[in-house]
Each structure stands twice: as structure tokens, then as C-alpha cells.
Design a protein around this ligand. Structure first.
Ligand code: SF4
Length: 177
């Protein structure tokens, strides 16, 4: 897996001050995508053990609320394989920090059901994610007033509640964001 960028003080992609990693590779090819260079799985820098250590270190200050994964597409199958061990370590090391993940795939229809994204890593990866921003970017629904997402079709989902109840639960702070 490659990544395009790691932000260590990101306030735009999730609640609070966050560490964000933009992974490379995306097969959605949404019209109007703001990040087209990241469609290429070979874009950017190889993700290594040093990258993982750098992320864990960046998460250590108390004021860092958690980790955000963006892309590209974190849920492309090759990226899931690489991200799963990172998420395990983040949750082991910092059980009180949260994980947000942005995906063009739909939580209920694609990540929880057969699709080109779903694979042997998907269920476990979802266990480590607190908040999922799902759905492709739709240019005709673009709204710059929306918090944490680009177009109004995208949902901010409370993953733990959704998995527990068996239906999509939106993040409870959404209306206050
Ligand atoms: S899912 Fe995100 S990175 Fe991929 S094409 Fe759509 S907007 Fe771009």
C-alpha cells in the first residue's frame, strides 16, 4: 500500500484534532473528485513499519482525538489487508481514541454484503472503526456547508451501534456538527 499524505494536526476530517492518513488507490472514479492523483495505487510513498510507528507516535498527545483514514479508498481490498494491523495496534495502544474512516462504498449494501470491496478483512476492519463516512462523492449534491463530508448523499455512521442493532445508525453528534 502507498499513501499520499499524513496530517498530524487535522481538524477537517473528523471530530477534534486528528492524525489523518490519505491512502492511495481508488476504483470509484467519482466525477469531480478533488483527489484524482490518489486513484493510482502506486501514488505517493510506500507504507512501511516506520510509517506505522510514525502514526502511533503522532497519536500519543492527549489533545489528539484519534485517527482518520481517507483516500483514495481505504476499503479497496489491498488497502484493507495493510490497514487492519494498523487499526489493531491503534486500538490496543490507545483504547480511548477513536477511528474515523472515509469510504466510497456503502456500509450496509457493500461493506456488509457481497461486493467488490468485501473480503476476509472487512468485518474485522469494521470492528475497529468508530465512525464511517460512506458513499461516493456526487458532484450535483456537493455542499460546502456540510461538516466532515463533501456531498449530501454521504452518511456519517456510528459503526458500533449499527453493527449492534443491525441497521444503519447515524453518528449522534451529526446534527450538532
Ligand atoms: S471515493 Fe473519494 S478518492 Fe475515490 S474517486 Fe470518489 S471522491 Fe475521489
Amino acid at each position: 500500500m502507498n499513501y499520499g499524505e499524513i496530517k498530524k494536526y487535522d481538524i477537517a476530517n473528523g471530530e477534534g484534532v486528528r492524525v489523518s492518513m490519505f491512502v492511495s488507490g481508488c476504483t470509484h472514479h467519482c466525477e469531480g473528485c478533488f483527489n484524482q492523483e490518489t486513484w493510482d495505487f502506486g501514488y505517493g510513498t510506500p507504507y512501511t513499519a516506520e510509517t506505522e510507528a510514525e502514526i502511533l507516535q503522532a497519536l500519543s498527545p492527549d489533545y489528539i482525538k484519534g485517527l482518520s483514514l481517507l483516500g483514495g479508498e481505504p476499503f479497496e481490498r489491498p488497502n484493507q489487508r495493510e490497514l487492519l494491523p494498523l487499526l489493531k495496534k491503534v486500538k490496543d495502544t490507545y483504547p480511548h481514541k477513536d477511528v474515523w474512516c472515509y469510504t466510497g462504498y456503502l456500509f450496509d449494501k457493500e461493506l456488509c454484503q457481497d461486493s467488490r470491496a468485501r473480503c476476509e478483512y472487512t468485518d474485522e476492519m469494521l470492528q475497529y472503526i468508530d465512525v464511517l463516512v460512506d458513499g461516493e462523492f456526487v458532484e450535483s449534491l456537493k455542499d460546502i456547508s456540510l461538516a466532515f463530508r463533501g456531498s449530501s448523499n454521504q452518511r456519517i455512521i456510528d459503526v458500533k451501534s449499527s453493527l449492534q442493532i443491525g441497521e444503519v445508525q447515524l453518528w449522534e453528534k451529526l446534527n450538532k456538527a
